[in-house]
Write a protein that binds this ligand. Sequence first.
Ligand code: FNR
Length: 362
Amino acid sequence: MTGEPVNVNEFRELARQALPKMYYDFYTGGAEDQCTLKENEEAFRRIIIQPRILRNVRCIDLSTTVLGYNISMPVMIAPTSLQKLANPEGEIATARAASACNTIMVLSTSSTYSLEEVAACCDAIRFFQLYVYKRRDISAKLVQRAENNGYKAIVLTVDSPRLGRREADVKNKLVVPPLKNLEGLLPTKFVSDEKGSGLAALASGTLDASFCWEDITWLKSITNLPILIKGVLTREDAIKALEVGVDGMIVSNHGGRQLDYSPATISVLEEVVDAVGGKVPVLVDGGIRRGTDIFKALALGAQAVLVGRAVVYGLAAKGEKGVNRVLEMLKEELELTMALSDCCSVKEISRSHVRTKHDQQL
Ligand code: FNR
């Protein structure tokens, strides 16, 4: 590839050139046959945009709010682990780019800078993604530390009672670098398993597979922060989540890294949005590579989207500048899509702007 990258997929190619195979495979890969991974992107391609015409679109406003926080565009940074493997500045670079673009970063529990280091590096609005460990006290401590360090919400990931089988990581014998949030809390032998995927060893030794709906009450009892659950894919679970009193939900299949053959997130977004009925915000992630993807997600009822791999590609290719550029690109693409569809603000993007397979046949 010559010249500067002009879209997210070109950043992916730069990331491939920049990274050792083990790390590139870790970032790009999905579970088993990687059907869900591919479908996350494919399903967006099957949705058609229905533009309107002849409205004044000289000024386009992309700003929105999520849980009351004003952000410059409806695009947030999804939690992705082990960012130092992409660039030595890892999560620090990502947080700085989030701050420069005035959006929200969700920091992974499995980060390679501690939540305190990330909090100290800039003034980005930060949410903290939580895994629940067999040792419940570890998760409680993490929540406390997030609260003390100015994180504004807990994003509870609920699709990972076990780690999905990511075969590339097994083959490559992925070595996990130190997870800074867990230093002194988890036994290090899980952190450097050399037999298969180090991450799989870590997860199977530590994650609490018995965590269930009733335990959300426990989580609510230990924090005043709003709780979003990440990993909702059905109407039934959306209703259940409302019953237990979550403050928001993220339609997510973990970027196709957990249960293979689970649905593409964009294909179930509307079902979840309908079930929620506007009571709490619904966000979505998975397969977002273009401004048109963001537009489609908003048209189907998402308050905002989160991007995982796109950000990691920017980070691997060009560090903080790369993340910045990826976020700016998505913003520019969304703005253009809105202009060409005659939408001046994100509120104007409506269900009638897209056609899915559930609508009349093309
Ligand atoms: C993830 N994801 C993730 N999710 C989470 O809740 N905690 C985590 O630590 C991670 N780690 C992680 C690492 C990597 C390398 C990837 C690619 C993904 C899932 C992530 O938050 C998000 O759901 C997906 O990345 C969204 O899909 P796209 O944007 O990558 O297609």
